[in-house]
Design a protein around this ligand. Structure first.
Ligand code: AGP
Length: 606
């Protein structure tokens, strides 16, 4: 959470920082700030305010002096409320600092260094700035080295010292920092999308290594002062794709990009009509030897795991648990060297998933990470990585990351079934024939988006809504409900429809909106009869039904027909429909679709 940036080079820094911060707002958007250092006058300038980067931009408009070195921050508040004072950067003496992460022992540090009188904000970050300044006597490395010895928690610290013109220093533990250069200067950010479109390569700054950004070069040093070799990764995302194009919101653009993203994710993994994971380097033995599978993930990524669970049970006849990463290690999970852990994450930085993965590996588990962001912490922590090819996902609500996670999991499970002798050639062929249809089936739904928009219009005044279904439909709806609640603020519960009559049906009254998906042959009749039960209590039911399923006469508020695929693949068209529903409700309510209140895209606090 929180986005940080830094730039030093030939160009005016203010616009560079503001533009990059706008691209990082998905990480937090409570307040924003920048600090610039003028190499000629030696003067540092601080501009910060509660609100969005656009508010900060207004504040910076009057600034006349041009600086070419600066740091910036967009905040998701953890310690200290949303206010101008708590906004970053923080200054103490010669130190100007922005921070992403949480320094857990900041109260202890206040006492230890007797800082109470000099602090203006309630943040942990200002404490770090003060400690850095205590240790700063003209030697930045010494100050950083001494300070980090005292810090407990996660941090990406980006620092300017007012008497060190044109140089930016950075160090991190867990929280990410990436860096790159071009002909005009050097830059750093929390995420590669903010590095600017002209950079061709970037590096992930190693943990506990001091980085110096100079105007023409980037240097890395171990804490003992020895130089550290930088490892650069090609930027193979088209960073210009990270713009909204002609769409009003990233969420719509990202929903529409799904067919291409699915194709790109499958492309290198289907060779001569067979699933081939050799490019991912996942050895068949790992897939063959494990006795159980465990998914650790959060939010949408966890929902992708739930869909995979049905598939694992039906295709592999194996037990698979799907755990909230945040609960995982506190529940004393049974993990050993026969366990294969799947860590699923778009960002690759979700701290709960990262910690759960580390815990499982300590117990001897093998791990495969399904990740979108290359070189991210979870990718580096895992034994093997399967990257999704979703490209940059900017909207806080995850859409294309989810469906590319699904397709990756379908491929992984297909390969597992093959190497375990549970999928013969003919069955593999059939499986893949279905899978490769997923992009087109999603496209069919996307092409009918105006019909879903009409359905969305009926839900604008709803305070509560339910999504009901059984089996795979229930797993699909858990994600559908998360989408609707996070972007529309309608309290939405996904419910296994057979469970309703054990309590929750008491909440169904006249006109309660209920969205039901009916996509599973073996459950269809039972699902339809559960729908009847809520209709009898006055619910207004929107039905999303697989094409070809016969419906007995019944009145529905609306019916949307989902293009038919084999049952286990219906998640693809159904998810597109549910994503669009959430999107249109949010848009028509006039909400900030891409940046729902209280949320941040990358959750790096536990
Ligand atoms: C869903 O729309 C959210 N963005 C959220 O639930 C997200 O999936 C979760 O925070 C996990 O993030 P990750 O995939 O980056 O680990």
């Amino acid at each position: 959470m929180c986005g940080i940036v830094g730039y030093t080079g030939k160009e005016s820094v203010t616009d560079q920082l503001l533009n990059s911060l706008e691209l990082l707002e998905y990480r937090g958007y409570d307040s924003a700030g920048i600090a610039t250092l003028n190499g000629e006058t030696g003067k540092a300038k601080l501009r910060k305010c509660a609100g969005r980067v656009k508010d900060l931009r207004k504040l910076c408009k009057k600034d006349k002096k041009v600086s070419t070195c600066g740091i910036g921050h967009t905040r998701w508040a953890t310690h200290g409320g949303v206010s101008d004072t708590n906004a970053h950067p923080h200054r103490n003496g010669d130190v100007l600092l922005v921070h992403n992460g949480i320094v857990e022992n900041y109260e202890e540090l206040k006492d230890h260094f007797m800082l109470h009188k000099e602090l203006k904000s309630q943040t942990d970050t200002e404490v770090v700035a003060a400690v850095l300044n205590r240790f700063y006597h003209g030697n930045p490395h010494e100050a950083i080295r001494e300070t980090v010895k005292y810090l407990r928690g996660t941090f990406a610290l980006v620092i300017m010292f007012s008497d060190q013109p044109d140089v930016i220093y950075a160090i991190r533990n867990v929280s990410p920092i990436v860096a790159a250069y071009n002909e005009n200067g050097t830059m750093l950010a929390s995420d590669v999308v903010a590095l600017g479109s002209s950079a061709k390569k970037y590096m992930v700054v190693p943990e506990y290594v001091i980085m110096e950004l100079h105007k023409t070069e980037i240097k890395l040093f171990h804490l003992d002062g020895k130089p550290c070799e930088a490892e650069y990764i090609d930027i193979d995302w088209d960073t210009t794709r990270s713009g909204k194009g002609s769409y009003p919101f990233y969420m719509e653009k990202e929903i529409m990009e799904q067919p291409d993203a699915l194709k790109a994710t499958m492309e290198s993994r289907i060779v001569d009509g067979k699933i081939d994971l050799s490019a991912d380097g996942v050895p068949d033995e790992v897939l063959k030897d494990c006795e159980r599978i465990c998914v650790v993930a959060c939010g949408t990524a966890m929902h992708a795991g739930l869909v995979a669970q049905s598939l694992v049970q039906s295709k592999l006849k194996m037990h698979m648990s799907v755990e909230y990463a945040s609960e995982f290690m506190y529940a004393d999970p049974v993990i050993d060297d026969k366990t294969l852990v799947l860590a699923i994450s778009q960002s690759g930085e979700t701290i709960d998933t990262l910690e759960a993965l580390k815990y499982a590996r300590k117990q001897g588990a093998k791990s495969i990470a399904v990740i979108n962001v290359k070189g991210s912490s979870i990718a580096r922590e895992s034994d093997y990585v399967m990257y999704t090819a979703a490209g940059p996902e900017i909207a806080v609500a995850s859409t294309k990351a989810y469906t590319t996670q699904l397709i990756t999991l379908f491929l992984l499970i297909g390969r597992m079934a093959k190497v375990r002798g549970l999928l013969d050639e003919a069955a593999e062929k059939g499986y893949l024939e279905n899978l490769v249809q997923a992009p087109d089936k999603m496209q069919e739904v996307l092409d009918q988006r105006q019909d879903i928009h009409k359905i969305a219009r009926q839900m604008l005044d709803a305070k509560d809504a339910f999504m009901i279904g059984r089996g795979l439909d229930y797993s699909i709806l858990l994600e559908g409900a998360l989408k609707l609640k996070e972007v529309s603020y309608i309290h939405t519960e996904a419910y296994a429809s057979g469970e309703l009559k054990h309590g929750t049906i008491a909440l169904i009254t006249e006109n309660t909106p209920v969205v039901a998906t009916v996509t599973q042959t073996k459950l269809k009749d039972k699902e339809l009869s559960n729908i009847r039960e809520v209709q009898s209590r006055g619910a207004s039911v929107v039905l999303m039904v697989k094409d070809g399923f016969e419906l007995a006469d019944a009145e529905y508020a609306d019916v949307f027909t989902l293009p038919a695929m084999a049952d286990e693949f219906m998640v693809f068209p159904a998810s597109a429909a549910l994503q669009l529903l959430a999107y249109y409700v949010s848009m028509d309510k006039g909400l900030d679709v891409d940046k729902p209140r209280n949320l941040a895209k990358v959750v790096t606090v536990e």
